[in-house]
Write a protein that binds this ligand. Structure first.
Ligand code: PGA
Length: 252
C-alpha cells in the first residue's frame, strides 16, 4: 500500500508571521491524521520557524529548492545539509517554475536529487509537459526524458526517498486541472517507466502525486484514480481551510 502524500508548495508567498499562523491552523485541524503524509514547503526565510512549530507534529517540512553541494563559494544558495539542519524532511526538486524561469536542466536536477538522497532527505521530484509538448504529441517523450535523466544513476534502494509529482505545466496556477482521465493516463505511463527503468516492485511502491490547480472541489475525483497517490498543491495550500479539505479528500 502506498501511503498518500498531500504536499503544499507555498512558492513565494507569506511572511514568517503569516507562515506560522497557517501551520498553527493546519496543526490544529490535521493533528489526528495518520494515514496521510502531510508536507508543507514554505519560503526559505520561514522554514526554521515553521519547522519549530511543527517539530512534534505529523506535518513534515520541505524546502522548495536546494543547491547540490553542501558548502562552498555558492553565493545565495542553500544546501541539503542546511535544510536538514533546521528540520526539513523533504525538498521539492525540478518544479516547472525552476525549469522554465531559472533554466534548470535534467542533469542539474539529477545532481540535486543525489545530494538530497545522500543527506537522507526525501525528494519531491516534479516532472510534466508543457501545453505545446502535449499538443505536438511529445508528452510521452518529455516524461520519459525527465524520468530517465532526472533519476540517472539513482539506485533502486534510494528510490524509497523519492516521491514523483506529475505536474502538467499547463495546469499549474491556471485553474485548468487535467481531467481525471488525463491525469490517470500520465500516472500509469510514469509507473510503467519506473517498471522499465527499475522493476515492477519498485514501480508499485513509488508514490506519484498529481499537481496543477488541485482544489477542494477536484481533489476527490483525482484521488479516486488508482495511480494517483497524492497531490502537490500550490494556490490552494495557502488557505488552511482549503488545504485541510484537500488533506481530508474523500475516496468516493
Ligand atoms: P497550483 O500549483 O496548485 O497553484 O496550480 C501547483 C504547483 O506548482 O505545484
Amino acid at each position: 500500500m502506498r501511503k498518500p502524500v498531500i504536499a503544499g508548495n507555498w512558492k513565494l508567498h507569506k511572511t514568517v508571521a503569516e507562515s506560522i499562523q497557517l501551520v498553527e491552523a493546519l496543526n490544529r485541524e490535521a493533528a489526528g491524521v495518520s494515514d496521510i503524509e502531510i508536507v508543507v514547503a514554505p519560503v526559505y526565510t520561514a522554514l526554521q520557524n515553521v519547522a519549530e512549530v511543527l517539530a512534534e507534529s505529523n506535518i513534515a517540512v520541505a524546502g522548495q529548492n536546494c543547491y547540490p553541494v553542501n558548502s562552498g563559494a555558492f553565493t545565495g544558495e542553500v544546501s541539503p545539509a542546511l535544510l536538514k539542519d533546521i528540520g526539513c524532511r523533504y525538498c521539492i526538486v525540478g518544479h516547472s517554475e525552476r525549469r522554465q524561469l531559472f533554466g534548470e536542466t535534467d542533469a542539474f536536477i539529477n545532481a540535486k536529487i543525489k545530494a538530497l538522497i545522500s543527506e537522507g532527505l526525501g525528494v519531491i521530484f516534479c516532472i510534466g509537459e508543457t501545453l505545446e509538448e502535449r499538443e505536438s504529441d511529445q508528452m510521452y517523450e518529455v516524461l520519459t526524458r525527465q524520468i530517465r535523466e532526472g533519476l540517472k544513476d539513482i539506485p533502486a534502494d534510494a528510490m524509497q526517498q523519492v516521491v514523483i509529482a506529475y505536474e502538467p505545466v499547463w495546469a499549474i496556477g491556471t485553474g485548468k486541472t487535467a481531467t481525471n482521465q488525463q491525469a490517470a493516463e500520465a500516472h500509469a505511463f510514469i509507473r510503467g517507466l519506473l517498471q522499465g527503468f527499475y522493476n515492477e516492485e519498485l514501480a508499485g511502491q513509488t508514490r506519484i502525486l498529481y499537481g496543477g490547480s488541485v482544489k477542494p472541489d477536484n481533489v476527490d475525483g483525482l484521488m479516486a484514480q488508482e495511480d494517483i497517490d497524492g497531490t502537490l498543491v500550490g494556490g490552494a495550500s495557502l488557505k488552511a481551510e482549503d488545504f485541510v479539505r484537500i488533506i481530508n479528500f474523500k475516496r468516493g
